[in-house]
Design a protein around this ligand. Structure first.
Ligand SMILES: Nc1ncnc2c1ncn2[C@@H]1O[C@H](COP(=O)(O)OP(=O)(O)OP(=O)(O)O)[C@@H](O)[C@H]1O
Ligand SMILES: N[C@@H](CCO)C(=O)O
Length: 321
């Protein structure tokens, strides 16, 4: 459950006086999510989301995240919009944490997405990539090769507790990626965490994207590979080529991938599988027992990584080579 910081009604009402958002009628903590504390607020006007940024989010990055949501929204992408205080600031403080109010996005995330939903996700990702053009703040990806090495250095000693042989396997994977990582592909603002719980649907239609707190500047095709990992595998670990094809077609209907981007997909997908494996492994090994947060299974991403390692041609992802 992601409510790490509690708030009192008195403090909340005081905080809301800085905004022009009507009177508070009720509020409750939102159990989903693992990074920040989120609350749903009802007021005499529109419902709102209150986010308290927790320790893994760098305060210096908040102008990037909040500014990006404004930028994308202004360019027609459906995503939450941060609300300014009466003094124009987007960021305040509540219960000792940086805090922001953002608009409530209608919709639900899908527990069992189908290929047609993957197509919509592909389209929305490409729309986000185009809408991100011209955003003036830059944020390097803290979770690329260097960040992976740092995480691995903290977890490697204990990795074999999770599965025998992991130490060797992951060390050589990092070496491989260090030698083969592309750096001359089109880059821009990427979401970097566009998992199912960050895409809302209303009926069959995609209603918007949320959770831009890993967004950064990186290769656009790397973001595509994150979505292939997050959306196109079945619970039993099998890659679903119909979903992959739909996601890639949806993406390419808005922003065609170059031959170089397509050819790089297997390596990029190895990297993105490793990224989520490593953050999950680190959390698995360091989250205290009894913490009110659901730990995610690192081995799910190890299996995905192994799949990408044996991919011979990009056609196996569902796209014509
Ligand atoms: N703008 C919004 N409109 C509607 N619901 C929202 C909005 N923002 C967040 N939520 C709700 O809060 C939940 C958690 O939000 P979010 O994914 O941003 O949190 P997080 O802690 O950063 O999570 P994680 O990084 O694990 O995905 C969402 O699944 C959703 O239910
Ligand atoms: N989407 C991430 C968690 C938070 O970003 C994962 O599934 O590991």
């Amino acid at each position: 459950m992601a409510v790490y910081t509690d708030i009192s009604e008195g403090d909340l009402k005081h905080f809301l006086q800085q905004y022009d958002v009507g009177e508070l009628t009720s509020y409750k903590g939102i159990a989903e999510g693992v990074e920040n504390s989120n609350f749903l607020l009802h007021t005499t006007r529109d419902p709102l989301i209150l986010t308290l940024y927790e320790k893994r989010v760098e305060k210096n990055d908040l102008p990037f995240f909040l500014g990006l949501m404004q930028h994308l929204s202004a360019r027609g992408l459906s995503c939450p919009l941060p609300l300014p205080r009466r003094d124009g600031e987007l960021l305040g403080e509540l219960s000792g944490r940086p805090a922001a109010l953002i608009s409530f996005l209608e919709g639900m995330w899908l527990r069992k997405p189908e290929a047609r939903h993957c197509r919509e996700v592909g389209k929305a990702l490409a729309q986000m990539h185009l809408a991100g053009e011209g955003f003036s703040i830059e944020r390097p990806n803290a979770l690329s090769l260097d960040g992976w090495r740092t995480l691995w250095a903290k977890a490697a000693d204990r990795a074999d507790e999770v599965e025998g042989g992991l130490q060797e396997e992951i060390s050589s994977e990092l070496d491989f990626l260090g030698r083969h990582w592309p750096n001359d592909l089109p880059a821009g603002v990427i979401h970097a965490d566009l998992f199912q719980d960050n895409v809302f649907f209303l009926g069959d239609g995609l209603s918007g994207l949320i959770d831009f707190y890993f967004a950064c500047n990186d290769l656009l095709a790397y973001d595509v590979s994150i979505c292939l990992n997050a959306w196109c595998f079945e619970k039993d670990g099998a890659y679903n080529v119909t979903k992959g094809k739909a996601l890639l077609e949806g993406y390419q209907s808005v922003r065609p991938l170059s031959d170089e981007e397509l050819a790089a997909l297997p390596v990029l997908a190895r990297g993105s599988a490793l990224r989520f494996f490593l953050t999950r492994l680190y959390d698995w090994l360091t989250t205290p027992a009894g913490a009110l947060v659901v730990k995610k299974d690192p081995l799910e991403y190890l299996r995905k990584l192994r799949f990408h390692r044996q991919v011979g041609s990009v056609a196996e992802y569902g796209v014509a080579a």
